[in-house]
Design a protein around this ligand. Structure first.
Ligand SMILES: [Zn+2]
Length: 240
């Protein structure tokens, strides 16, 4: 198998570190004692991040969990999930975070141009993993994320809809959890929030703790700009 190498040398270091638990039901990923986060220069605007699905064998230099990845075609075939549906569900997993925090995600076709890579493990293990690469040269109290990867086991028994079975894994749930890692969240404990490390199929949404965690890093989702900010598009009959 020939691997395409993505941006070798750009990513200084890796990875999953120890987090510190907060009373609010979340835990931040730490690198050398510093919380990790994506750079957000303009707190008044949403942070825009891109993601891409890998389209062939890829080696990510310096990665610990997702060293070699490839596209999701084999995973989709094994799970009898149409690739298009799988992409839609990944997009939905990103929207779970967008609803809560001041973040926007956009899919791009070129993995070399994406902030977050999504693919299947070349050497299958576990269920799924995430890597967060940190720019160690960036000064400041926080460690700045320069790239992230999510790798899924192509042989795991994936499903789309939660079916209550303990021997299958809901892909939207697992991807939403791994996205949380790529944004700078660690496991606050075994059960409870989406970011808990035990697989809990009963919920595919953020808990109060997950929301407290992500908004502590990026701020809350901004109120959407009104179509007509002065309200002139609506008349209320009888209003004085
Ligand atoms: Zn995890």
């Amino acid at each position: 198998m020939t691997f395409k190498f993505l941006r070798p040398g750009i990513f200084a270091t890796l990875v999953l570190f120890g987090g510190v638990a907060h009373a609010g039901g979340f835990s931040l990923l730490l690198f050398d004692g510093r919380p990790v986060r994506w750079q957000h220069d303009n707190a008044d605007a949403s942070l825009h991040l891109t993601y891409a699905f890998l389209n062939g064998p890829t080696a990510v230099a310096g990665a610990r969990n997702c060293q070699t990845m490839t596209g999701l075609d084999q995973l989709a075939e094994n799970a009898a999930i149409p690739v298009g549906r799988l992409r839609e569900d990944v997009a939905a997993a990103f929207r779970i975070w967008t609803k809560a925090a001041n973040l926007q995600f956009r899919e791009v076709r070129d993995p070399g141009a994406a902030d977050i890579l999504i693919g299947a493990q070349v050497t299958p293990r576990g269920i799924a993993f995430a890597d967060v690469r940190v720019d160690t040269a960036a000064p400041g109290p926080d460690a700045i994320i320069s790239g992230a990867s999510i790798c899924l086991n192509p042989l795991a028994p994936w499903t789309l809809e939660p079916d209550g079975a303990s021997d299958t894994y809901s892909l939207p749930y697992v991807v939403a959890h791994e996205i949380g890692h790529t944004l700078g969240l660690d496991h606050p404990g075994r059960t409870g929030p989406l970011m808990a490390y035990a697989y809990q199929e009963h919920m595919i949404d953020l808990s109060d703790g997950d929301i407290a965690g992500i908004t502590s890093i990026y701020g809350p989702a901004t109120t959407r700009v009104a179509m007509h900010p002065d309200g002139t598009d609506v008349a209320v009959p009888g209003a004085q």
